[in-house]
Design a protein around this ligand. Sequence first.
Ligand code: PLP
Length: 406
Amino acid sequence: MSQSLSSEQTIRLFQEYVIGTYARFPVALVRGEDSYVWDSEGKRYLDFFPGWGCGLLGHCPAPVVEAVRRQVGQLIHVPNTWYTELQGRWAEALSRRSFGGQAFFCNSGTEANEAAIKLVRLHARRPRYKIITFEGSFHGRTLGSLTATAQPKYHEGLGPLLAGFVYAPYGDLDAVARLIDAETAAIMIEPIQGEGGVRLPPDGFLAGLRKLADQHELLLVFDEVQTGAGRTGKFFAYELAGVTPDILTSAKGLGGGFPVAACLATAQAARGLTAGVHGTTFGGNPLAMSIANAVLDVVLAPGFLENVARLGLLAKQKLAALADAHPKVIEEVRGEGLMIGLKLRVPPGDFAALARAEHLLSIPAGDNVLRLLPPLTVSDAELDEAVKRLDAACVAAEANLAKAAA
Ligand code: PLP
């Protein structure tokens, strides 16, 4: 189908025919290449939030395009009633690159977390079933993952939710210890909170959780849906803290823009998930696995992750200088690798709109933060370009502040 409608015409189609679950930017996109996307009117944007972080290698990266072309004429989909070498190879690669153990494959972050929640319940001996999660977390939209998400705004109108979740303040080890009782089965956490505002745990917090989990025979679950696949400069963010979970979920970047997700578990934790207990029609299909293997080859190539860490440091230096130049707009720069948050003194939605007017795409998160998740393939020059565009957005935000004060 050719794409010939203007952004305005496309928006009208959505107003009439698409359920309004998303607050969309008023732009229809038609094409992407590396760090850039183009709208229906031919305007080019520097995309520092490609696919909410799924565009790990930018838009339409050659290895993904080639993997699709190769696989799509050979075998697109067969369900998990068959063996495929591609799925076996990806599982082996993830196991070797993480903490050993086994994998279950699905299509989205929320599904990976549902698998983790089931694993916990199947592993724990009764009466244990409760999972401790953290205020400000985001684990997904299906009812289990949604209940794990300790943010009341996402729960409104949807109760009753799944039983068995208790919430602790992020970073408060004593509060976690106080919540553990005879029914507790697991602790589930994002090693860096993404949607909550690129919040890093205090030093020693994840190690403290590991210790508590070991003392009380709980499973430790890391949700690396956003932090995984090299985003932080390590393949998984748990490597930054040197703390290994029993279960890990990941999605977003794993498929380089294609829906791919994984729930990894130690062989011990995975034991309960037997035939018939869990499943998914599309998960782990040959097309998805061919793409996932291609993405992994890029990310694990020698020097790739080191370069992500270098780019992350460079970006933070440049953004810190920007924060110094615009103290009324930017309060703090935080993050790891290319998972970056700008804590703002102005509303992040308004600032994202100002940045978009400068043709830079980003997205607000919690805690008054603007989130930047550029492709891991971003160039030094593109980082400079992004900082220049953010600088212009800061100038515009300062002008608005001055106007409001007058
Ligand atoms: N977990 C985390 C940490 C996330 O950031 C997200 C999505 O933003 C999810 C889970 C849910 O993933 P999905 O939207 O693919 O279901």
